[in-house]
Design a protein. Sequence first.
Length: 551
Amino acid sequence: MLTALSIRDVVLIEALDLEFAPGLGVLTGETGAGKSILLDALGLALGGRGESSLVRQGAAQASVAATFDPPPGIAEAVADSGIEIEPGEPLIIRRIVKADGGSRAFVNDQPASAALLRELGGKLVEIHGQHDDRGLLNPRGHRALLDAFARSDAESVAGVYRTWREAEDALAAARAEQDSAERDREWLQHAVAELRTLAPEPGEEERLAERRAVMQRGEKISGELQAVAELIEGADGGLAQLRQAARILDRISGDHEALGEALAALDRAITEAGEAQAQVDTAAEALAFDPAALEADETRLFELRGVARKHRVQPDELAALAEELEARLARIEDGGAGVARLELAVEETRRAYTQAARALSAVRVEAATRLDLAVAAELKPLKLDAARFRTVVEQLPEAQWGAGGIDRVEFLVSTNPGAPFAPLMKIASGGELSRFILAMKVALAEEGGAKTLIFDEIDRGVGGAVASAIGERLARLAGTAQLLVVTHSPQVAARGSQHLLIAKSHDGFVTRTGVTPLDAGQRREEIARMLSGATITDEARAQAERLIEPA
């Protein structure tokens, strides 16, 4: 719902701040007072063309800010543009147009494009007038409006459609893969046979490389280890000589205290030398190598690395590659059966979609009849007795079937007996156009659309009972949406719950347009003026009172 409108330096409006209420708001004023400027300003905020001619003469720029209570789904609509709207936060759309050209747009003070403003405008406000090409006049929205009127389960059809298309995509991918795989069958068979023979294991290269390095090191130092062992434990080695010296000292150690200590030291040396020899033996055993084992490990290592280079992977990835290639080969061998299964899935999902879409189509056809009758009931009181309304539901070619079903829906009218049906925009005059839209809006009632509706001179060219009928229907429609109506009809103005007077003033130098909210007394005077003209009579005031009271 539109809650406020702030305008600065737009054509004849210097500064204007308006607040709007729910229900039916009417805007009245003398011809040429500037009612269209107000609508142009709102249209600018909703993404209309930012022409420099809108800037008031002498001003550097024009600006308009429209504030809304955002309806559900608006936050999601702007999220893709990087704009965040906090829950409970009002939606403020602001547009600035410079006198030297160029414009800027903001949504809640965050920069936005004019395209985003137009998208939001379509969700927030419907402006119906002589030159309107949105809302009910756009055939692209007719199917959704009919579905809402019918309360159909169109979303389930969309879900079945997506399942069908996903099955078709899977089938196309499987066929493409099979075609590609068939071309690679011979290579795959060779690669799989080679990898099966090689039988690589994860981590095998690292294990082989470490074992090879150990054996190569053992081969290099085996001579040194043997020489050390000979020096320690050989027939003429140090350990044998130490033992011989110990035996001599053992015989004579009693002759002097120092000889006993020398013998103890030799015993310790013999023990340490024995420990040293034991460690050398342990190392020799660990570093021992079998030339045949070393050659086998090297051969295996070179094979792994060679095959890995050929397939452009790391050696540790060969095992996973073998599984992948075997799976691809298996899919080729099972390809026909797999494609057949997917073809069956496509046929089943297509059948499910067709069944659901035809059921939806039947609901639409039935609802179209009810909608035609509902609109027809509204046309006669609006002085459109000869007009006829028809909701066309036609099946589309299969190539055009989609998430919305298999139907094309369009609202058509015939304004004269015997005249062919055609789109409303092409055959209705300005006054007829607005009244047709009003009839359709009343018939559709709460079924979709924006929650703020603006009718520009919907009562053009009519009066009396027809104007009363228009006022009654506008008031009824205002029970489900906020309505703003630019009107010259006192019968319509009397129905308003909020009355704004648009007037032009001149101080001898500058002409300005202003808007004044009217209280009850001012409202009666304005409706009396609309009834009697420049000179307001007591009779006109009494008639105005009679119009206001039942409303």
